[in-house]
Design a protein around this ligand. Structure first.
Ligand code: NI
Length: 269
């Protein structure tokens, strides 16, 4: 049974939430990580993939994955965390990726909002796309204010995986889907001022979407502005079910299945 009902008839989600993108290594969780993780696993969360942003957080993610069955790690260098020495870290990313609980290369990408040189960002991104290809692993892509360059690179490398926290147009989403990739939908879709992402959800088939938190950031309404965690994905799924006119069960079930296929995580956890 994936659902259970309490004495008043309230339905509880069991094992249905797959958080494809989280940052439980973040110091926002330092005070209660050990109690929070077991708690969310009892509240509907099937699995989470913790994303690396540099060598330290990638290693931390692996430590969490060793400790908790339902935590998996992605290892990678985030565009915001790059400097001239980052090129030397690529070998270590490749080495860490061999760990049995590493499910992807991520979080990697382009972020033109920050002052990191674009050439360096592109160089480190493409090197990591090559690592993913060589190891036959999916990627988790970050794209902020860099849609044109990102699409060009993705078309060239055609990786498998997820474009996380999607912020582009319906047209771009269609291009991503055509490449065989998936669209990551997070708490932003619940925000009152959300327009573009609502259109994306309306127009892209559920079969090409996955759910995520990007926690501790981007908590969905009614927790907007507070610390996010994977159990809040229920609210994101509910909003998607309203936009698409389908049940929340269908949203959770399909997106969990999609994430399991992408990350090759099929175990009964
Ligand atoms: Ni992230």
């Amino acid at each position: 049974m994936e659902y259970t009902t309490d004495i008043k008839g309230n339905i509880y989600i069991m094992n249905m939430i797959f958080d494809t993108h989280s940052h439980y290594d973040d110091n926002a969780f330092d005070g209660d990580r050990e109690t929070l993780l077991p708690h969310i696993f009892e509240n509907g969360v099937y699995a989470v993939v913790n994303q690396g942003t540099d060598i330290g957080s990638s290693r931390f993610g692996i430590e969490l994955a060793e400790k908790y069955d339902r935590v998996f790690a992605a290892v990678g260098l985030h565009p915001e965390c790059l400097n001239e020495k980052s090129i030397n870290d690529l070998e270590e990313i490749k080495r860490l990726a061999a760990h049995p609980k590493v499910a992807a290369i991520g979080e990697i990408g382009l972020d033109y909002h920050y002052d990191v040189p674009k050439d360096l960002q592109k160089q480190i991104l493409t090197s990591q796309l090559e690592i993913a290809k060589e190891l036959d692993m999916p990627v988790n892509i970050h794209d902020r204010e860099a849609h044109g360059d990102m699409l060009e690179i993705l078309k060239k490398y055609s990786p498998k995986g997820i474009l996380h926290c999607f912020s582009g147009s319906v047209e771009m989403a269609r291009d991503i889907v055509k490449l065989g990739m998936y669209i990551g939908i997070g708490g932003v879709v619940t925000f009152k001022n959300a327009v573009k992402i609502v259109e994306v959800v309306r127009n892209i088939p559920l079969e090409r979407m996955v759910l995520e938190t990007d926690c501790p950031y981007l908590a969905p309404v009614p927790f907007r502005g507070k610390r996010n965690n994977s159990s809040y994905i229920e609210y994101t799924a509910r909003r998607i079910s309203e936009i698409k006119g389908i049940t929340i069960e269908k949203v959770l079930k399909t997106t969990k299945y999609n994430a399991q296929c992408i990350y090759n995580i099929t175990a009964e956890l």
